[in-house]
Design a protein around this ligand. Structure first.
Ligand code: GLU
Length: 365
């Protein structure tokens, strides 16, 4: 099995924000256990920013501006890696640092290259330890939290399991600070919409994830058929239990039976949209039910500065984004194609706005 195991900032740093050697050691032993059982494991770790802040101890506490935080991540990242490296080395394993930024996922060739590199590291018996490239990633488009990054890595590798380790037992039925009877939700279906209500807001102060972001990540993984488990990093044997599907390990997010292919997952989740097209009811029906291409005649509005080969969101007239795809037409010339029948299009323009091979419908048919 290929397992992507993500651990959050609050689980790898101590109260002062320093890298918590014991906690990382426990996590590494869990990974080693999985390796011993023949599984391949990719670690996704957070904690670089918080460890960097703790190392510098800036007067006035944790800086707020993104640029300083990005700079401090560069201090924290290699401190973090040192601890991982020591613990894996003690078990006779090599670990490797892989830093990824959103642009690495957006450019298809780069995406495939990242996949090759991670796959090769796994073949070589190495444990890849992934984090966002916080120091240099463009702040405007950073992932920010590693839950999404971990889900993209799981999609990228076609993993079997994504484990999101955190400081709670999993998804709880209510906020435990407000309700003493809050209990662990052991299993949810990826498609469950009511989940947002119990998932609550952002998580711990150092991390940026929270339960809502974990569920969003679990859903993203579910589209490529990856089962996800949200569980407590402190729980003994948490990774082997998650792989075994042991009851009570945490919250298991069961993927929907429909599974998107690797390229469609890339279009749906890795590509940042450059614009949006709004379509009429007939076009929506044709796309959702008929697996058709989107033709210019069905488009009633378009926004954003998109060109051919950019990703666009496809929304209905009520504003719901129900699909995403790679556009074949330039947004700047929208008045020459929007709402037009194929026979009335300028000859140099494509007859499809989005070809069905480049289209992902994100709602059930
Ligand atoms: N890349 C961030 C870090 O290492 C992740 C922050 C988070 O997920 O909370 O600090």
């Amino acid at each position: 099995m290929i397992v992507v195991a993500k651990i959050g900032t609050s689980s790898v740093t101590d109260a002062e924000g320093l890298v918590d050697h014991d906690a990382v050691g426990k996590f590494c032993r869990d990974v080693v256990q999985l390796r011993g059982a023949g599984h391949r494991v990719v670690v996704v770790t957070s904690g670089a920013v918080t460890a960097g802040v703790a190392a510098l101890r800036p007067a006035g506490g944790r800086p707020q501006d993104p640029l300083t935080l990005q700079a401090l991540s560069a201090i924290g990242q290699h401190r973090l890696m040192r601890v991982y490296d020591d613990h894996f080395a003690a078990a006779g394993l090599l670990s490797a640092q892989v830093l990824l930024a959103p642009l690495d996922f957006g450019e298809r060739r780069q995406y495939l290259h990242a996949r090759e590199t991670l796959a090769r590291l796994l073949e070589l018996g190495v444990v890849p330890v992934v984090n966002e490239n916080d120091a240099v990633a463009d702040d405007e488009i950073r992932f920010g939290d590693n839950d999404r990054l971990a889900a993209l890595v799981a999609n990228l590798l076609g993993a079997d399991l994504l484990v999101l380790l955190t400081d709670t037992a999993g998804l709880l039925s209510a906020d435990p600070r407000l309700d003493a009877h809050a209990s662990l939700v052991e299993q949810v279906q990826a498609a469950d919409a009511e989940l947002e209500a119990v998932a609550g807001g952002p998580g711990s102060p150092g991390g940026s994830g929270g339960m809502a972001s974990k569920l969003a990540a679990a859903r993203m993984a579910a589209w490529s058929g990856v089962r996800a488990v949200i569980a407590a990093a402190r729980r003994p044997d948490v990774l082997v239990d998650a792989v075994a599907g042991r009851a009570g390990v945490g919250t298991v997010v069961v993927p929907a039976p429909r599974r998107l292919g690797a390229r469609r997952c890339w279009i749906a989740f890795a590509l940042a949209p450059a614009g949006r097209v709004v379509v009429d009811a007939g076009a929506r029906r044709a796309l959702v039910q008929g697996e058709a291409s989107l033709l210019p005649a069905g488009v009633v509005a378009a926004s954003g500065d998109f060109g051919p080969d950019d990703a666009v969101e496809i929304a209905d007239q009520a504003g719901e984004v129900f699909a995403k795809g790679i556009c074949r037409l330039p947004g700047a010339r929208r008045h020459e194609w929007m709402g037009r029948r194929t026979a009335d299009l300028p000859p140099d323009l494509s007859a499809e706005v989005v070809h069905r091979d480049d289209l992902v419908v994100l709602v059930p048919s």
